[in-house]
Design a protein around this ligand. Sequence first.
Ligand code: FES
Length: 110
Amino acid sequence: FPRFREGEFGGVFNLGPASNLPPVGSAPQANTKGKFWLVHLEEGVLALYVVCTHLGCLYRWQEAQNRFICPCHGSQFQKDGTYIQGPAPRSLDRFVVRMLDAAGNVLAET
Ligand code: FES
């Protein structure tokens, strides 16, 4: 079933054991193959689709402002993807992240 291909967009990304994730509170990490930003927060692991919810540009993490900002029309989002301001109609889209498979790995389903 195509949705469950591993390691390519539209499939499942194995992020390794939870202990290998970037530390809680660290800067989001871009996963270009999976087309998501990996965000590790107290409340869990998020995989945010890299495409802005406005007109499809690629937004960027801005560490100094502690938020994502889209260069096209200036939409801004919190680290967890929540909409802050700008023309985007909603918060960033999230992929499903399963915390553990049978081998103890964290999986993101793109
Ligand atoms: Fe991101 Fe317009 S495409 S703000």
